[in-house]
Design a binder for this molecule. Structure first.
Ligand SMILES: *[C@@H]1O[C@H](CO)[C@@H](O)[C@H](O)[C@H]1NC(C)=O
Ligand SMILES: *[C@@H]1O[C@H](CO)[C@@H](O)[C@H](O)[C@H]1NC(C)=O
Ligand SMILES: *[C@@H]1O[C@H](CO)[C@@H](O)[C@H](O)[C@H]1NC(C)=O
Ligand SMILES: *[C@@H]1O[C@H](CO)[C@@H](O)[C@H](O)[C@H]1NC(C)=O
Ligand SMILES: *[C@@H]1O[C@H](CO)[C@@H](O)[C@H](O)[C@H]1NC(C)=O
Length: 400
């Protein structure tokens, strides 16, 4: 009996020491915060930074240049003149920054898209948890006249309203609906204005959905009111904002762009986004029989702007089934590609393959696990809970 007691108390002592060790290690482990300033100075490759080469873009990632070291990176960056070249990210972190993330919510298949919107919204909340006191990030949803009222009601449950338009920099992060008229529904005189500026848009040409999306974006960003945003991200809803997105903005002329061929995500300063959209419209390409189809020509637009923008790939639209870490790296945004069947797969998620796993200990710093957790939570939480969480997280002290 005595011996048993000794053994058990010895075990207890060992357990206690282990607990203490873990506790102490917990404090010794550098916190997330302390790594902030290495985000860009890091030599690590894990960040997956890829620069589009100055030798032209041919829709292929094969010829992208990976900077092997710091000096390499500087050589590339200094080719482009920036007025804010010497301002480090830390400086911006103490300033007021207002960002907008623009998505277009199509009017068809809206139940299908709402699933994506829920997880996108949930990831926005997560990025807000990691953001800075004086930063604001709005979700801006572009819809058109045919948008179903049932889906609009669902969005309104999440406090996404047309009347939420930002009127001051201080207002907390919000979700905004913006009604946009499709090109085909614009009046003759409005269309004439566009045709004068972008002759390629001859109305006899077929406008595909991507061009309508480009128009919606163009209309939104060329409004005067949009100047209130310092930076804009244009993206789709099958995406996730990461925790890093919360505390990072592109600096030194960098313009983050998704991957070929559709380049669906762009992230940069508002004037850059404006210029990019304008350049895309002015480089539209005719194709097909009778040259009736017009398509967006990203390569030409990038080629035209490469002397003023530092195009960077693979920091946005990182695949949501990637095992890449988002800790201490420059991964700001994940995107789900339809063909994937490995975690996180949108298809398997819709087939309920991940149901019941929302309580698993997912690691939010691994891209695929983060995506899974965000998607699952957005599914098991009611809209009211999602909204309540958004309120709790976006509420921040008023700054002066
Ligand atoms: C960076 O990644 C490239 C390929 O992705 C690899 O060839 C190179 O060795 C890596 N450099 C370092 C320092 O890890
Ligand atoms: C870094 O890149 C420069 C320019 O390409 C090269 O000259 C230098 O040897 C590289 N240094 C290291 C440590 O790889
Ligand atoms: C936008 O701003 C300019 C100058 O600040 C002004 O002349 C113009 O009327 C404004 N446009 C709208 C639509 O408010
Ligand atoms: C042009 O558009 C039509 C209808 O969208 C499509 O069927 C056709 O394949 C397109 N042609 C080319 C060459 O892209
Ligand atoms: C938000 O905060 C309130 C009050 O602190 C709390 O009751 C509620 O559960 C929170 N909501 C969520 C979704 O965490």
């Amino acid at each position: 009996m005595f011996r048993f007691k000794t053994v058990s108390s010895l075990l207890f002592l060992i357990a206690a020491i282990l607990v203490c060790c873990v506790f102490i290690l917990h404090f010794l482990t550098p916190t997330y915060e302390s790594f902030e300033n290495i985000v860009h100075e890091s030599n690590e490759n894990v960040s997956g930074v890829h620069y589009l080469p100055s030798g032209g873009v041919h829709g292929s990632t094969a010829n992208l240049l990976t900077p092997a070291n710091e000096s390499n990176q500087n050589v590339i960056e200094s080719l482009i003149k920036c007025h804010d070249y010497s301002i480090p990210i830390e400086k911006y972190r103490s300033q007021s920054i207002v960002r907008g993330v623009i998505v277009r919510f199509p009017s068809f298949k809206s139940d299908y898209y709402f699933v994506q919107f829920r997880w996108f919204y949930r990831s926005w909340i997560e990025s807000e948890m990691f953001t800075l006191d004086r930063w604001r990030t709005d979700i801006i949803i572009l819809i058109d006249d045919k948008f179903p009222s049932s889906t609009r009601k669902l969005l309104e449950n999440l406090d996404c309203h047309e009347k939420n338009q930002r009127t001051s920099r201080r207002q907390i992060s919000r979700c905004i609906l913006f009604n946009h008229k499709l090109f085909s529904q614009k009046s003759q005189s409005q269309r004439q204005l566009y045709l004068a500026k972008y002759p390629m848009l001859n109305p006899t040409n077929r406008l595909n959905v991507n061009i309508d999306r480009l128009f919606a974006i163009y209309d939104y960003i060329t409004r005067n009111e949009t100047n209130m945003y310092d930076l804009l991200m244009v993206t789709t809803m099958n995406t996730f904002l990461t925790t890093q997105f919360g505390k990072y903005i592109p600096i030194k002329c960098s313009f983050l762009i998704g991957t070929t061929p559709d380049y669906s995500t762009w992230y940069g300063k508002t004037d850059q986004i404006n210029k990019f959209a304008h350049t895309l419209l002015s480089t539209l390409k005719q194709s097909g029989e009778g040259r009736k189809n017009i398509t967006i020509d990203f390569s030409s637009a990038i080629e035209k702007l490469k002397s003023t923008f530092l195009f960077i790939e693979r920091q946005v639209d990182v695949s949501c089934d990637s095992k890449i870490t988002t800790y201490r790296t420059s991964v700001y945004h994940l995107k789900c590609y339809a063909h994937s069947t490995s975690l996180f797969s949108e298809r398997m998620f819709r087939e309920k393959a991940y149901d019941g796993y929302e309580k698993e200990p997912f690691n939010i710093y691994i891209a695929r696990e983060y995506a899974t957790l965000m998607a699952l939570q957005s599914k098991v939480m009611t809209l009211d809970d999602l909204h309540s969480l958004a309120i709790n997280v976006t509420r921040r002290g008023v700054f002066t």
